[in-house]
Structure formats: C-alpha cells, structure tokens
Design a protein around this ligand. Structure first.
Ligand code: ATP
Length: 441
C-alpha cells in the first residue's frame, strides 16, 4: 500500500467528494437508480475542468511540437490485438475473496486480513482478467468476441505504419491520443482515482534504438515539468523509478510521476521504455512489417518506443486536491480552489451587482466581449459577497462586477480570487487587462 506523506489527511477526501457533487464537478453515475458502483458522471464544471486538463496535455504534447501527431483510434477491438499485445495472457491481477463478507480484493494490495471486515478467512489468490469482453454483431459466439480497450497505447502501435506513411515522419516522432479506457478493476476506489471506465492521455514516441535512453530521460523530465507548469506544488510530486521485479513484461525501464494523495503516494503517470516489444509483437502476429527504412544507412529497423502514459481523470482529481484550501477573508471562512487559470472551469465570472434591469445590457455586453477569449459564468443571484465566495469555491480566478457607476464611467471592478484585490478597469480595456493577467499568472 502507499506510504503516508505529510499531506495525509483522512478528512480531505470527504470534502473534495462533497464539493465535487455540490458544485457539479463529479456525480455518482445512475444516482436516481441507486448508483452504479464506482462509475462517475462529469457535471457542468467537471466537464470543463477535465477538458482543460486534456487540452493542456494536447497543447504541450502535440500543438507545441512538430514531432508529435494525433490519433483517435477505436475503443472496440478484436482479440487479435490483445493477444499480440500480451493483454490476453498477462493483463490480470491476483485477487482474493473474503469468505466472511464476500468482498473481493487485490492480493497485492492487502495483507492477510480483509480490509473490509477484518476476517482472516480469505481464498487463495486467483488471476482475474481485467479486460471487458463483449460481442460485436448479433451473434454471441467465440467468433464475435470483442474487447473494450484497456489502454489507448495499442491504437498507436497498430496504426504505426498508417501514421508514418501518411505524415512522412521519421523517428524520433510520436503519436498522441486521449480517450477512454476500460478495466474491470477488482478494487476500484478513492473516488475517481481508480474507476472501471476512465480517460487516458498517452503518447508513443518512436525512436532509433540507440537514442532510447536519452529520450526516456527527456520525457521523464518533460512530463514532470508539465505538472509543475500547471501549478502543481513540487512537494506533492515525486519521480519513482520501478524496481526490476516491478517492471511490466514489455519494459526496459519505467518511472512513475507520483502525487501525494490524502492517503499517500499514488501514480499519476508512468513513463516507460517499451523497447521494440510492441511493434515486433504486432509484426509477428499480423504479418505486416512494422519497421522504418533508414535511407541514410540503407537499413530497416524496428524503432524503440518511449511512452508517457497518464490518466486524465486521475490527474484532474490530483489538481483538485492540490488546489483545495480553506482560509479566512475578513474573519469569514471560505473554501477556495487555487487552480491555474488554464485548468479552472471558468476563467471569468460576470456579476451584475443587482438584479435590476438597468445593469443587464451592460453586463451582457461585457459577457459577450469576454466569451471569445474565456469560459465565463454569468451569475445574478444573491449578494455579491456570496457570489464571490461561490466563484472562489470553484476556482474562478477573476470576477468582473458591473455596478450602477459602470453605466456612467464605463468601468467595471475586477476582483482577483487569490489576493481578493479589486481594481476598476475600463470596459474597453477589460479583455486586454485579463489577457495580461493570464500571462502573469
Ligand atoms: P495502477 O498501478 O494504478 O493500476 P497502471 O500502472 O496499471 O496503474 P497504466 O497502465 O500505466 O497504469 O496507465 C497509465 C495511467 O492511466 C495511470 O498512471 C493512471 O493515471 C491511469 N489509470 C490506470 N488505471 C486507471 C483506473 N482504473 N482509473 C483511473 N485511472 C487509471
């Protein structure tokens, strides 16, 4: 189990889960039917924040590079893919059942007592296949078996040739993908940390074999810095190289980026040197040559693959936890999410001081001027103090208040979430002012 850290906080998860539900980040799935264990729906604010996490990843991995291209491969896939990848043979966890309370646990996650009821009456460990199996088409027989992908990575390997020939990229180059993956986890839990349906952000970087170590080190550093750049405190992050006996069957080296969750260290992302394992396995199984012709040396070779593989949903949760703070403003308790503006669900909230009709046209004009640049909220209900606190609680970095003076002087008040400082800004210069704050933030 994960070792404790200075950030261990038994009460924090309840606060995060309650905030997530109350403010529309994450809802338990199928709640009106009593819920569906360990599946979640992302609500109006959650969908914005999750999209921001994925966009931040895509920008750094694809948009800002000329050596990485994107892909969106199918989720449903034939058994041949998973036979070749090793998932049908290896992708299983040892599980034990408690004979007393009937709970099922991962054998490598528990000692010799049931964490649910304390009984020592456990079954022997048995392997449990983690892939979701289904049938494609109207007939349910062995010939129609299909699997929901348990990772996005294989989509990149089986499309290596398609992507390489259509883009004419030469190693080193990468293929990036964001999408849903499915694992029939034995012990899902800790909110969205481990769920059976989740989203991954993975990139397969194909390199000449002799450059693999250099690129492995490069991606470990680049990925670690990505979290810091988005405001993750360095004290809550660590890099943990895997011990030799922990490495996956395909890996010549793996380093995890770990986050100090309220219950201890947990993985956010793994960076692995997958060698030429995957391309060779698919070449052997499919009969399609998955190699690169190096014209300079007049030789074919199988590239090595360096893979940074992160979880989008798990990472969003880590950013929520890291940003959550309780402080006091003028003697009053407030809860605030100190999220980087790029991750906050709303960057700006437009708040007419009163519900009176006179303010609405100017407030709507301000809103319309901001919407091309920022995701905005528009809120007219309750006192301005309460509205500020509601925005603090969901991490909105800037509130813009329109008052009766605004109708005369064409200025609005901009309030900063973190300092609570308020300044008057001309409506005509508002977009430029807020854009300049994003550069400073
Ligand atoms: P774990 O050891 O936690 O089961 P893993 O090492 O099997 O994870 P990978 O296969 O490397 O995970 O997947 C890459 C990333 O996908 C993980 O670092 C994690 O962020 C995310 N991930 C994996 N499984 C889940 C899950 N069941 N729920 C949410 N995110 C997940």
């Amino acid at each position: 189990m994960s070792e404790p850290t200075e950030f261990n906080d038994p009460g924090l998860m309840d606060k995060i889960v309650s905030l997530a539900k109350r403010r529309g980040f994450v809802f338990p799935s199928a709640e009106i039917y009593g819920g569906f264990r360990s599946t979640y729906d992302y609500g109006p604010l959650g969908v914005l924040m999750l999209r921001n996490v994925k966009n931040a990843w895509w920008r750094s991995m694809v948009q800002y590079r000329d050596d990485v291209v994107g892909l969106d491969a199918a989720i449903l896939s034939p058994p041949a893919v998973w036979e070749a990848s090793g998932h049908l043979g290896n992708f299983s966890d040892p599980m034990v059942d408690c004979r007393s309370c009937k709970e099922r646990h991962r054998a490598d996650h528990i000692g010799d007592t049931c964490p649910n009821c304390g009984s020592k009456d456990l079954t022997e460990a048995r392997d449990f296949q983690l892939m979701f199996k289904t049938h494609a088409g109207p007939v349910e027989n062995d010939g129609s078996v299909a699997y929901l992908r348990p990772e996005t990575a294989q989509g990149m390997f089986i499309n290596f040739l398609n992507v390489q020939t259509t883009t004419r990229k030469k190693p080193p180059f990468g293929i990036a993908q964001i999408g849903k993956s499915f694992r029939n986890e034995i012990t899902p839990g800790n909110f969205v940390f481990r769920t059976r349906e989740f989203e991954q952000m993975e990139m397969e970087f194909f390199v000449p074999p002799e450059e693999a170590t250099t690129w492995y080190e490069y991606w470990i550093k680049a990925r670690y810095e990505w979290y810091l750049d988005l405001g993750m405190p360095s004290e809550r992050l660590r890099l943990r190289p895997h011990d030799a006996d922990e490495l996956s069957h395909y890996s010549a080296g793996t380093t995890d980026v770990e986050f100090a969750f309220p219950w201890g260290w947990g993985e956010l992302e793994g960076i692995a040197n997958r060698t030429d394992y995957d391309l060779k396995a698919h070449e052997a199984a499919s009969g399609t040559k998955l190699q690169y012709f190096d014209q300079a040396n007049d030789t074919w070779y199988t590239p090595y693959v360096i893979e940074p593989a992160a979880g989008a949903t798990r990472t969003m949760m880590a950013f929520l936890i890291a940003a959550f703070q309780e402080d006091e403003i003028g003697g009053e308790a407030r809860s605030v999410l100190r999220l980087d503006w790029r991750l906050a669900p709303y960057q700006v909230a437009v708040l007419p001081l009163s519900k009176k009709d006179e303010l609405e046209p100017t407030a709507r004009e301000v809103l319309a001027s901001l919407q091309p640049h920022f995701q905005c909220d528009y809120d007219v209900t309750q006192s301005i103090g309460r509205r500020y606190r509601r925005q603090d609680e969901v991490g909105t970095p800037w509130c813009v208040t329109i008052d009766f003076d605004s109708l005369e002087d064409r200025c609005v008040t901009v309030r900063d979430r973190d300092t609570t400082e308020q300044v008057r800004v001309p409506i005509d210069g508002l977009v430029a002012e807020l854009i300049s704050r994003t550069k400073k933030a």
